[in-house]
Design a protein around this ligand. Structure first.
Ligand code: AMP
Ligand code: MG
Length: 419
């Protein structure tokens, strides 16, 4: 494909290759963040039995007829229904039974009087000074969910609330889409692992940590991080061949250009990767490549070659790798997007979409997108700190005045909590 592949087209090409992976059974405790692969139907009602919404007394509403302030009715106490220990005897006319919140309604009872509405003339009796209606403070069986109701749809992401529902219907194991297995390779002779000592001309490897974290937040299982591979052909060939072996997705970062010391593209070719596109009309991140490796009898591996500049790697991961990982994992590929006003004027050349890292805020006019850093160049790591949204500045735009409305893809990982 040509070197002026529009960003939206490149994303569509990637997603075409990212059909959801197979499914696997996952224990409830490991299911957070996974996509449900099969809809879940309730095997029983929720609540499963009529029960009390209050601590108080179970009774027959008819027995409170005529009760009023100053003229209470008095019922004889007979038994107690506790949460987990129901009263098995049937409530008779003129009787009340002690009951706790969540305890089963005794047979014969049809209402609850909360303890605050009662007095106790003696140990054996309870007095009620108002009339109750049938069903007062009763939580009927099935009032939330009926047996057979669909409680979770396939494709839903399991969060804390979904875990509660799964547990409530007694599910200990859930059919989920498998997490994509991701291998990460970073390249560059100049890279030193954090914790080491920098010599002149060296920098710390920031992409390995960033990409692994991005992959995890995209729902992936990071199976390997091969950091700081030396810029020579044989080492690169070897690292890429190894990383490819078990992965659903390979992310190679740095060395993907066509400089004398860029060995990634030839290494991918030698490993049997066919290039789908190379270079996208976006900034940062123009020299991005996407390829596929057919694996006889197994799924095709997706390969992303991302530019080494940290901001380019960040932007291209969000534009391509993250949507692919999400969709492979059975989830919807894109984060929510909003229309927002730009907080300041921006100039850009025409011919590429600019991915602007922003902080997001809201006022009476709606969303406002403020660039994270005045320096938006592709090496400026300060621009990926505190990002809450990525504004996509259209390809043909050259001058975006303050207040211009742009589309912003919100960060999916909870950085909007403060809004
Ligand atoms: P490359 O894509 O290999 O030409 O690298 C482009 C720029 O990104 C250079 O300034 C590299 O030093 C820098 N870079 C490449 N890989 C990393 C990395 N893992 N961490 C931080 N910076 C990197
Ligand atoms: Mg390099």
């Amino acid at each position: 494909m040509g070197s002026h592949l529009p960003l939206a087209d490149a994303r569509a090409v990637v997603l075409e290759q990212a059909a959801p992976l197979d499914t696997e059974t996952v224990a409830l405790a490991d299911a957070l963040g996974r996509a449900i692969a099969q809809p879940v139907d309730a095997p029983h009602s929720l609540p499963p039995f009529d029960n009390s919404a209050m601590d108080g007394f179970a009774l027959r509403a008819a027995d409170t007829a005529g009760a009023a302030d100053g003229a209470p009715v008095t019922l004889r106490l007979a038994g107690e229904s506790r949460a987990g220990t129901p009263e098995e005897a049937e409530l008779q006319p003129g009787e009340a039974m002690k009951i706790s919140t969540g305890a089963a309604l005794p047979a014969g009872a049809d209402a609850i009087v909360r303890v605050e509405w009662t007095t106790r003339p003696d140990e054996e009796h309870v007095a009620i000074d108002r009339e109750l209606t049938v069903g007062n403070d009763v939580r009927p069986a099935g009032d939330d969910v009926n047996a057979g109701d669909r409680v979770l749809e396939s494709g839903m992401t399991i969060g804390p609330g979904e875990l509660a529902m799964l547990a409530s219907v007694g599910a200990a194991e859930i059919s989920c889409t498998r997490r994509p297995r991701v291998a990460i390779v970073t390249t560059g002779d100049e890279l030193v692992a954090p914790g080491g000592t920098l010599g002149h001309g060296q920098i710390f490897d920031s992409n390995s940590a960033m990409l692994a974290a991005l992959a995890v937040t995209g729902g992936a299982d990071v199976i390997s991080v091969t950091a700081a591979v030396a810029d020579d052909a044989a080492t690169t060939d070897d690292a890429i061949a190894k990383a490819l072996s078990e992965a659903d997705v390979l992310i190679v970062c740095g060395g993907v250009s066509v400089g004398e010391h860029d060995h990634v593209k030839p290494a991918l070719e030698k490993a049997g990767v066919s290039q789908v596109f190379w270079q996208v009309a976006m900034r940062p991140g123009h020299p991005t490549c996407f390829g596929l490796r057919e694996n006889p009898g197994a799924r095709t591996t997706l390969i992303f070659g991302l530019p080494g500049n940290p901001v380019s790697a960040y932007a291209t991961f969000h534009m391509f790798a993250r949507p692919a990982l999400m969709q492979l994992g059975g989830r919807s590929p894109f984060p929510p997007s909003v229309k927002a006003r730009l907080a300041s004027e921006l100039k850009k050349p025409a011919g590429h979409t600019q991915v602007l890292r922003c902080r997001m805020s809201r006022d009476e006019q709606g969303w406002l997108a403020t660039p994270t850093s005045r320096n938006q160049r592709s090496h400026a790591i300060s621009s990926v700190v505190g990002v809450q949204g990525l504004a996509l500045l259209p390809e043909d735009a050259t001058l975006l005045p303050e207040g211009e409305i742009v589309t912003v893809e919100l960060m999916p990982d909870g950085t909007l909590e403060s809004l």
